[in-house]
Design a protein around this ligand. Structure first.
Ligand SMILES: Cc1cc2nc3c(=O)[nH]c(=O)nc-3n(C[C@H](O)[C@H](O)[C@H](O)COP(=O)(O)OP(=O)(O)OC[C@H]3O[C@@H](n4cnc5c(N)ncnc54)[C@H](O)[C@@H]3O)c2cc1C
Length: 421
């Protein structure tokens, strides 16, 4: 394969994973990010078996697992105490499989440090990309307040859902969420290896996700989240913090100790989500990957994992196609069914958990929950959650990660798969 000069816009999971994979193929890679000093925004996320498979190929799964927290199941309980969501990874039928809760900063650090060490990768901070154009020499990036770049053979847009390169309206969802990373204390009443959620209909949702220990951090943390409509954010900001905490505690009294660790509003970040799919992820000398191609609510916990799969597919496409346009078409083509499927499933499922509807949560609790306890729904639910629904590995030549080997790196939970309180 002839080495290409490649620009990647964005140092998120998609951009960093793509940079590593492409540089290892011998390409010369420049990543541009608008941040002034490197770092991710936000709290925790879930690494699913789909994303872990790519991290394993990168040789980074052990380190990511060491910094994260094993999650054996997603468990949701409605306001009257009925369990309406019980999705164990064990139902996948993959021996030893688990999900991983991790602080964004930990995932970022592992990928960023690997990219810094990787020969062939240059990282440029403080370079906000405002556009690009093609000429006979290649595609150039246009920066805010700087001269345009020299030409590249290929530009990879990994700039997230606010990408400049998809002109369509962003379809921002009405519900977002407040997020905080909080240190666990001895005696906290949370299972150490579950993503736990509590619902009042679909209009209120609280969650606690174990996210492991940050490098140099002060012990294991959890991500706490509380769903909130964007239009209600100003009212929340004007409400005394204690009044809001009392409302949360009415839904989930066991959060008392954790909420006591939120002393100021600054500890909470309000995140918004957009549901959108770029209609044309491949252009002339250009491809969109990760959230720049497709973004959705994090209800199914897939975004970072889809981003990693896209990066893997791009590297494979570049290795296999004959012309650049064929390489890019292959890369996008191998991912398109899985992207389409998950965009639809997330669109259908999100209002069951985040909406003002009374009918949809009743359907969730009275019809879907009982159904999901039985074959084959239990296995399908586990596949959906794991990112493995629709068999994304087959076209990508990927295999599930070696869970037996990885479980040696786990720090939070034994390999039993039982909830650890
Ligand atoms: C609150 C929340 C919870 C989530 N939970 C989960 C979860 O549990 N599991 C999961 O898999 N996903 C989750 N997601 C989604 C996940 O975070 C995203 O899907 C994932 O980060 C996408 O990766 P990316 O690399 O495509 O984009 P991003 O992570 O958004 O990275 C984009 C990068 O591009 C840079 N950038 C943006 N614009 C420009 C520009 N013009 N010029 C230069 N640089 C630019 C940004 O600074 C950033 O570094 C969650 C998202 C949110 C908001």
């Amino acid at each position: 394969m002839e080495p290409l000069s490649i620009a990647i816009i964005g140092c998120g999971p998609a951009g960093l994973a793509a940079a590593l994979l492409l540089a290892r193929q011998g390409h010369s890679v420049a990543i541009f990010d608008r941040f002034v000093s490197p770092g991710p925004v936000g709290s925790g996320l879930m690494i699913q078996p789909s994303g872990l498979a790519v991290l394993a190929e990168l040789g980074l799964a052990g380190e990511v697992v060491r910094r994260g927290a094993r999650v054996d199941a997603l468990q949701g309980i409605e306001e009257h105490g009925r369990c309406v969501l019980d999705a164990p990874y064990a139902a996948l039928g993959l021996p030893g499989a688990f999900g991983l809760g991790i602080h964004r900063a930990s995932l970022f650090d592992v990928l960023f440090e690997a990219a810094e060490r990787q020969p062939g990768v240059m990282i440029w901070a403080d370079h906000a990309v405002a556009g690009s154009h093609c000429d006979a020499a290649g595609r150039r990036l246009v920066f805010e307040g700087r001269e345009p770049s020299s030409p590249f053979d290929l530009v990879v847009d990994a700039s997230g859902w606010r990408t400049h390169f998809d002109p369509a309206p962003k379809n921002i969802l009405p519900f977002g969420a407040l997020w905080a990373s909080l240190t666990l204390a001895a005696g906290d009443p949370f299972a150490g290896n579950l993503l736990e959620q509590r619902y009042r209909r679909a209009s209120q949702m609280a969650g606690v996700l174990p996210i492991g220990t940050r490098a140099g951090g002060g012990g294991p943390e959890v991500a706490f989240f509380w769903s909130l409509k964007a239009e209600d954010y100003p009212a929340w900001a004007a409400t005394p913090l204690d009044a809001w905490k009392a409302e949360v505690l009415r839904l989930w009294p066991a959060l008392e100790g954790l909420l006591a660790r939120i002393e100021t509003r600054d500890q909470l970040t309000f995140a918004r989500y957009a549901h959108r799919t770029h209609p044309a992820p491949v252009g002339e000398r250009m491809i969109a990957i990760g959230d720049a191609w497709h973004s959705a609510s994090p209800q199914l916990g897939q975004g970072a994992n889809m981003a990693l799969l896209d990066a893997w597919s791009l590297a494979r496409g570049l290795a296999e196609g004959r012309t650049l346009s064929e390489k890019l078409r292959l890369a996008a083509g191998w991912r398109s069914d899985h992207v389409w499927l998950y965009q639809w499933v997330t669109k259908l499922f999100t209002p069951l958990y985040q909406s003002d509807s009374r009918v949809l949560p009743a359907l969730r609790d009275r019809v879907l929950a009982p159904l999901s306890r039985h074959w084959p729904a239990k296995g399908i639910q586990a596949q959906l959650m794991s990112g493995l629904f629709g068999f994304p590995f087959a076209p990508l030549g990927l295999a599930p990660p070696d869970y037996a080997g990885l479980s040696a790196s786990l720090t939070n939970a034994a390999a039993s798969g039982e909830p650890q309180s």
